[in-house]
Ligand binder design. Structure first.
Ligand SMILES: [Zn+2]
Length: 261
């Protein structure tokens, strides 16, 4: 091969590699932008307060995830995002981590289909974790609840604790109870909600909380409740599309962030 041709080939190869690297960087920047928006949306929608967190897997099948350093979700910026492995060890960051990050690592390990995880302490969910009343789908936006929302009892694994998922062992026990479901309630603590995208995990978190409030209101009326049927839940699973809600929430969150600067 002549020198000129070889040079052209080398140049083309380098350009492809550079192109791939630029694409990967753009993907990561978009992922971090969505993660920051998710933090702000969950706060604006009253799903998290000073506590609670949301994460995203770095790529399908990847054994890494991104989450903020220990910080109130409303305050998270791109500079606060840290990468972790599935043992929930930071890759290269020494800032304080969320104590309950093991929820995320162990759910990603157990559920290859999951791309995003939310952990919250929304008060309206608590009654359904401390009584025998199951959370059931009361309206179309929360139909995914019909797939099942189990309750994690931390005492079954560790007896009396400080209630937090502060180890990989507890994270594994929680992920086992979550199994293949869209969410799990944590008795006397909160919930974990998963999704195949950040948008799914955030929207499910919002509608899980709305469902809990509406179900409690309906139960207080003392009449038999007409829940979504199994057939309706199945048909809704094919129709679930939260894009419009996500676009609106992201815009609101962006405007609020800009206004607070
Ligand atoms: Zn918690």
């Amino acid at each position: 091969m002549r020198t000129l041709e070889r040079r052209q080939l080398l140049f083309a190869g380098a350009a492809t590699l550079l192109g791939r690297k630029l694409f990967a960087q753009a993907d990561r920047a978009a992922l971090i932008e969505d993660l920051v928006a998710a933090n702000h949306i969950l706060y604006a929608q009253n799903i998290v307060d000073a506590f609670g967190h949301v994460s995203v897997r770095t790529a399908p099948g990847a054994e890494r995830y991104l989450i903020s350093r220990s910080l109130a979700p409303a305050q998270v910026t791109a500079a606060d995002v840290v990468e972790y492995d599935l043992d929930s060890k930071p890759i290269s960051d020494t800032r304080t981590s969320y104590r309950e990050r093991f929820i995320h690592g162990e759910v990603y390990r157990a559920r290859p289909d999951v791309m995003s995880v939310v952990h919250c302490h929304a008060p309206s969910l608590i009654p359904f974790g401390i009584t025998k009343v199951p959370l059931r789908p009361v309206y179309h936006n929360s139909s995914f609840i019909g797939e099942g929302v189990p309750v994690f009892e931390i005492r079954d694994t560790a007896g009396d604790t400080d209630m937090l998922i502060g180890t990989s062992e507890l994270g594994r026990a929680l992920a086992k109870v979550l199994a293949n479901k869209p969410a799990v309630l944590m008795r006397g603590h909160g919930a974990v909600i998963v999704g195949k995208t950040i948008m799914d995990a955030v929207a499910r978190s919002v509608y899980l909380e709305v469902n809990a409030r509406v179900q409690a209101q309906a139960m207080a009326m003392g009449q038999r409740i007409n829940y979504l049927s199994d057939g309706e839940v199945k048909k809704r699973a094919a129709a679930d599309e939260y894009g419009r809600a996500w676009d609106l929430w992201k815009r609101q969150a962006t405007l609020q962030t800009a206004a607070s600067k």
